[in-house]
Write a protein that binds this ligand. Sequence first.
Ligand code: ATP
Ligand code: MG
Length: 555
Amino acid sequence: IQTFYRLFHQCRKTFAPLNLSDYEAIGRCEQEVPEYFNFASDVLDKWSQIEKKRKEPSNPALWWINGKGGERKWSFEELGFESRKVANVLSGPCGLQRGDRIIVILPRIPEWWLLNTACMRTGVVFIPGTTQLTAKDICYRLLASKAKCIVTIDALAPAVDSVASQCQFLKTKLIVSESRRAEWLNFSDLLKAAPAVHNCVKTRSQDPMTIYFTSGTTGFPKMVEHSYGSFGLGFFICGRYWMNLTPSDVVWSMSDTGWIKAAIGNVFGPWFQGTCAFVHAMPQFDPKVILNVRTPSVWESGICSFLSSDISNTLKHCLSGGEPVNPEVMEQWKSQTGLNIYEGYGQTEIGMICGNMKGMKIKPGSLGKAAPPYDVQIIDEKGSVLPPGEEGDIAIKIDAKRPFTFFTRYVDDPVKTASTIRGNFYITGDRGSMDEDGYIWFMGRSDDVIISSGYRIGPFEVESALIEHPAVVESAVVSSPDAIRGEVVKAFVVLSPSFKTHDRKKLACELQDHVKKVTAPYKYPRKIEFVEQLPKTITGKIKRSELRNKEWGQI
Ligand code: ATP
Ligand code: MG
């Protein structure tokens, strides 16, 4: 009888419908996180069942094009079929077991989505990396993560081979390529031979699912571990209320596969809602191809000027995250498309912290309001909540329990993990303020704030003012030593081509006057240096710390 009941409950669970309202309640922390959760079996396979029952045709789950005539469209059923085969490749020829780690460095090709899903099915911990990594970066990641397997393409295989002998944990190399390479397993050969039947592992919500390396804007990238609960369940609210997705939508996320934004924008956000994830291979960034969005640096690189009226007719909703969007850029976008940019603010560790949810009044330059389930506050160094308008640390209140959406830990670094907590708060490491309406205003990373003659100045405010001037393509504002004031504001400015021949001295004075006019005069940059480009992370984020260290004479 016991066996009968066990089987009966198992069947009931397998065929239970996808109850999105339960997931919403969990996402808002109004309902307990289930003991067991696996995004592949609990969400993807459920959409596959729903798809089969539907009479009318559904959108594909994944729609990929390469811009050269290549196209693939997979329904949830097909995605399930293919990813089960890949799961068998991982646990068969690749010899990976549950809990083992795999580094996947692939461009935007469908195999990345298959491997991501196959890892959930096998319990193998998925560690994505961007294709912009060098041999040194790959070596750092292989050693730090102790990954047993690496997957990449022809272009990066020599880099892996050049460091493989130093990486004692690496056992298997898998190449996604049409040709064979010595000492590498070939993905398509193995896929062809792989059996199609695979039983998804049963995972606890707290089990480790993925490790992301942070952008490394402030130092060496940190290994952020997320669980099946924090990553899978944690993105429900984001997909429904920030991205505003339904099964009849198509979403295009421009993020590189190595960053958490690809997981939010192209995996969990859309697939939780049954939405089609559209992917353009686009190996090289090209505004003419995109007519769309990636990070604010991309907006600034001139996309607005390429927008055609066609895109404005079909585009319903635009999102940005990862870096602040200057109000000037937002205005340009709106004037070309009639649409707002709904900015989100988050971290690899925590997911989305604040956002402008669809329908909310947007205050350009602000991060929006706290995103559920978070209680975001501005606090001082003692952990006390500051009143509206006062600048402090952007922090998340932790009640009795750490929110399930949080990362589990920085791998192998308990000290750093613990250092993110101050009293009842998680410290984001970013500074800002909150207004009377609960909107959060970003000032900068804690280390980037400039203190000059007692005034605290956030680089973002000065950079936003500078970009309003036609001569400025982009800028980075940092502190610079000064005998009288201790430190002063210095701006590194990239000029637009038509201003490059202008008298630099005059232009510097003009920019200083401009900043004094558009923002509080004490913030104006007392020093200006014109540069050809700014130092950036491979995510495209400005490395202000590098410029600051140079100013202060450190390496
Ligand atoms: P590292 O932690 O390795 O120095 P990183 O913090 O840049 O790198 P990510 O987790 O990719 O790594 O980025 C999160 C950070 O990006 C946030 O803490 C914040 O400083 C910045 N950020 C994200 N979204 C926004 C936004 N909308 N506006 C302003 N800043 C943002
Ligand atoms: Mg960070």
